[in-house]
Design a protein around this ligand. Structure first.
Ligand code: MF3
Ligand code: CO
Ligand code: CO
Length: 269
């Protein structure tokens, strides 16, 4: 496992890319309503990235080994879709929950972030799952400081998710990020504290737990990308890109509308 340590110049570019990714979510938020299709959301985001921000949407034509090129510019994962949902012709309806996952490239560097949104009035379970998943992401981020272990992050997330009666998806994880979209290390969202690589200042990776209301088992659809819960129950995900700083962490995917961290936490320590 080769983890790149970013220098100050790279870190500054990652701050810019992270803020831009988050600003796409700010921009799309008011447009998420019943009757809108996920391909309309994709088009609006694509045009904003390319024409206004002059960023490159990293998902478009992204083709890791064993995958066909991803056909759209963002991922839209609705209800029981865990991740990598492909925007399409289906209209959002009242009560749906949707994860929108944005990755932009600016000046060669990637910013990767996702948020949950509710269409109209969510069910109690859907609201609870999205908010618990948000707390899981932050419980993981709160572990980050030089000398901590990668396993501290996964352990904190798993404990909180399972104590709420939910389950953690294991097949997908957070990842190092920089001039490449997905690089080492793999950041598992489960595991044991005190295990795994030690964190060092200058590492940058994502924390992006996928939490299921029911069982953790997944299924991939025939489109080769979309991942759904096998039991068809709801799934939620949030994602930030985070720098290991000299003193702790700095969340890089922050903009005006980023939801505040939960109880006593801050974007940088
Ligand atoms: N943004 C996703 C992540 O958080 C990856 C999406 S890959 C794509 O890692 F091709 F589906 F866009
Ligand atoms: Co990611
Ligand atoms: Co992402």
């Amino acid at each position: 496992m080769t983890v790149t340590i970013k220098n100050n110049e790279a870190i500054e570019k990652m701050r810019v890319a992270g803020r831009l990714a988050s600003q796409v979510l700010d921009f799309i938020q008011p447009k998420i309503k019943a009757g809108v299709t996920t391909e309309e959301i994709d088009k609006i985001c694509h045009d904003y990235m390319v024409n206004v921000q002059q960023t490159i949407p990293a998902p478009l034509n992204y083709a890791p080994p064993g995958h066909s090129p991803f056909p759209k510019s963002i991922c839209t994962s609705v209800n029981h879709v865990i991740c990598h949902g492909i925007p399409g012709a289906k209209k959002l309806k009242n009560g749906d929950s949707i994860n929108i996952d944005i990755t932009v490239i600016k000046d060669g560097y990637h910013g990767d972030t996702s948020r949950m949104f509710h269409v109209g009035e969510p069910s109690i379970q859907s609201r609870r799952l999205a908010s618990l998943t948000y707390e899981c992401m932050w419980a993981g981020i709160a572990q980050i400081r030089p000398g901590a272990h990668l396993g501290d992050i996964g352990s904190a997330i798993q404990k909180l998710a399972e104590s709420a009666g939910f389950s953690v998806v294991r097949e997908f994880c957070g990842h190092g990020i920089g001039t490449t979209f997905h690089e080492d290390p793999q950041v598992l969202h489960y595991g044991a504290a005190g295990t795994g690589m030690r964190l060092e200042p200058g590492m940058i990776f994502t924390v992006e737990p996928m939490i299921n209301a029911g069982k953790r088992d997944i299924r991939q659809l025939a489109d080769g990308w979309t991942i759904v819960t096998k039991d068809h129950q709801l799934s939620a995900q949030w994602e930030h890109t985070v720098l290991v700083s000299e003193t702790g962490f700095e969340v890089l995917t922050v903009s005006d509308e980023t939801p505040e961290p939960p109880n006593g936490l801050t974007f940088a320590v």
